[in-house]
Design a protein around this ligand. Structure first.
Ligand code: ASP
Length: 299
């Protein structure tokens, strides 16, 4: 795919368009890429209409919303993350605090919540009436035991005007997930990864499969070996298929030159892209078709 110049921001799914808009505004006004990633993801986390991220997320099998999030910075190769965080609407902001205030990368569960409260975050009931009704319906239908396929992560990768790379992701994970289940989105190398000399990647889809292949790390390493972001995402999907792992996964990536790419396994995958002029310039539906392994990308 052609180089688009920079700054360049790419995000997963339709809600990525709003995230990109917020990130772009911050980049243009105060050129703080870390704030841009955090606030962009906050916008999706706080939106009750998005039922797979933050406030309004569909709960686990016991009816509790448990959130995973991570943030990673290229320039100093640092990261912070939280897993299984309850009652805090903005887990990406807690992840940033973990990175800035501790020597740890990942805090989990109750201790992550205590850390958040110590750092000024306020408890919120994350379960909206809409999500509760959805949970009740699924529970009544008897699908409480299995992890449901409705899910989606906001994953965002940003290349700023200095050509530094940043990434973040946030999710409530698989709807009806086993309580305590942690997905890929808070695992550095799985849900997201940045190498400031090479590029960055983020993932959405079934976290177990993404983790089994260190999905985002694999994409970045593919780029290190000379592949374009597009080729790197496709190669990672092909690796999964070669091991007969065929659950749904979507990958996005950009490189230091301002090229981007994305691939997914068997279903449409909208990607939101902002570049130079600060417009949503393209919205792609990208499907990596299983039967022939051919890529069918419509832009
Ligand atoms: N990757 C997320 C998880 O497994 C869910 C998703 O992105 O669809 O928790």
């Amino acid at each position: 795919m052609k180089s688009l110049s920079f700054p360049l921001i790419i995000s997963t799914w339709d809600f990525g368009a709003e995230a990109n808009r917020v990130a772009w505004k911050i980049l243009m006004s105060r050129e703080n890429p870390l704030d841009a990633v955090e606030k962009a993801i906050n916008a999706v986390e706080k939106d009750p209409g998005v039922t797979s991220v933050g406030y309004g997320g569909i709960p686990n099998a016991d009816g509790f919303v448990e959130l995973d999030a991570a943030i990673m910075l290229g320039p100093n190769h640092k990261a912070g993350a939280v897993a299984g965080l309850k009652e805090i609407a903005t887990p990406i902001s807690v992840a940033r605090k973990v990175m800035e205030k501790t020597n740890s990368i990942l805090l989990v569960g109750d201790e992550a919540l205590k850390f958040a409260l110590r750092n000024g975050f306020k408890k919120t009931n994350l379960l909206t009436e809409k999500a509760k009704q959805e949970w009740l319906k699924r529970a009544e239908e008897g699908i409480i035991k299995r992890m449901d396929s409705s899910h989606d992560t906001i994953g965002l990768v940003l290349l700023d005007s200095k050509r530094d790379i940043y990434a973040g992701c946030s999710t409530s994970g698989l709807a009806m997930k086993t309580p305590g289940r942690v997905g890929d989105s808070c695992i550095i190398g799985a849900g997201l990864y940045v190498d400031n000399e090479i590029g960055g990647a983020a993932a959405t889809g079934v976290g177990e499969q993404i983790m089994m292949f260190c999905g985002s790390f694999l994409v970045v390493e593919n780029m290190r070996r000379g592949m374009s972001p597009q080729q790197a995402c496709e190669a990672a999907i092909k690796r999964m298929i070669s091991k007969r792992q065929k659950k749904w996964v979507g990958l996005i990536a950009l490189d230091k030159e301002g090229q981007y790419g994305a691939a997914s396994l068997g279903k449409e995958f909208p990607l939101a892209i902002y570049c130079k002029k600060g417009e949503l310039i393209q919205k792609s539906k990208i499907v990596h078709n299983l039967p022939n392994l051919g890529l069918n990308m419509e832009i």
